[in-house]
Design a protein. Structure first.
Length: 315
């Protein structure tokens, strides 16, 4: 049995049109990623749906605590204060709760002043039909299976892991991405795994003028870039970073690919296999997306982390 708030992503290509006509950034999030619902989720798994429903109704006036993705959502929605009359960002809640059990979630949304007004509560039924109409650029969930389905449907998606996410002193939204199998395709990673690091560097040197293919987060990066482009670079409320295990000479193809796409990355860290955690902490990332299970284990000790179960590392 699936948890009542979990998302069953659509099998249609929900990212075919990622804009909403006004180029706003649309993020869909499950309630377990937004709020700390660990105890009630454990109750559901142990005692079933009826016990879960009774618990949520009985405790609907008790405030839910923020979850791992809560600070990210706050900063995303705060961008709307800078964008004039048209919201720059919309956050959609997708939940398998029913309307009555979901009341506790909306009570928390109201208490924290989150500008979330659209939601889908499906009373345990799949919510997959609602991803395409909402035109989400990104889906965040605590359920890895659902995230995998969303990725296969063409939606940028990540599993939000239990993470140490310290409050950031800056109001600037800071998003960090891995490169291969996240922003880019995983062809380079496949060469490295199958033929070794020397073959990888040789391939990247020979193919330096050939753009890398787009990975599952290319569309989300482009949508984020559109939002960035509305602000002067020197005062932008958004800062992005590429944090990759690549090093010279494999850096050149990455830079030229981003240039070809017309996408701005503010910082590019080519770590040559170094542990990413300290660098993400130094950057002050509000969230980091990576496909590698080993990398996300390191990163989640210092920043909110989304695992992207895509590519050869997750075969």
């Amino acid at each position: 049995m699936n948890a009542p708030e979990d998302l069953q992503p659509t099998q249609a290509n929900a990212h075919a049109d990622s804009s909403v006509g006004d180029n706003r950034l649309v993020v869909a999030i499950s309630s377990r990623a937004l709020f700390d619902m660990g105890s009630s989720h454990e109750l559901f798994e142990r005692d079933g749906l009826d016990a879960y429903r009774a618990f949520q109704i009985e405790h609907e006036d008790e405030l839910l605590k923020p979850g791992v993705a809560f600070p990210l959502v706050q900063k995303l929605l705060d961008l709307n204060k800078l964008s004039g009359d048209v919201p720059a960002v919309e956050v959609i809640l997708l939940s398998r709760n029913s309307g009555d059990t979901g009341l506790r979630i909306f009570n928390a949304i109201q208490h924290y002043g989150l500008g979330i007004s659209r939601a889908a509560f499906t009373s345990g039924a799949p919510t997959s039909d609602y991803i395409a109409p909402f035109k989400a650029d990104l889906f965040l969930s605590a359920n890895a299976e659902d995230v995998g389905r969303a990725l296969r449907a063409g939606v940028a998606a990540a599993t939000i892991l239990p993470s140490v996410a310290p409050p950031r002193s800056t109001e600037q939204l800071r998003v960090a991405f891995d490169g291969d199998a996240v922003i880019f395709g995983d062809e380079g990673e496949r060469v490295s795994r199958e033929q070794g690091l020397d073959a990888f560097h040789r391939n990247e040197t020979e193919m330096w003028a050939e753009p890398l293919s787009g990975g599952p987060f290319r569309g989300f990066l482009s949508a984020l870039h559109r939002l960035q482009a509305a602000f002067p670079a020197e005062t932008s409320p958004i800062r992005t970073a590429l944090v990759t295990a690549r090093s010279a000479p494999a850096h050149k193809r990455v830079i030229l690919t981003l240039r070809r796409w017309g996408v701005r990355i503010d910082e590019a860290l080519f770590l040559g296999g170094r542990d990413k955690g300290p660098f993400l902490d130094a950057f002050g990332a509000d969230i980091f997306f990576d496909d590698s299970p080993a990398n996300v284990e390191s990163a989640r000790r210092v920043v909110a982390t989304g695992h992207v179960p895509h590519g050869v590392s997750n075969s």
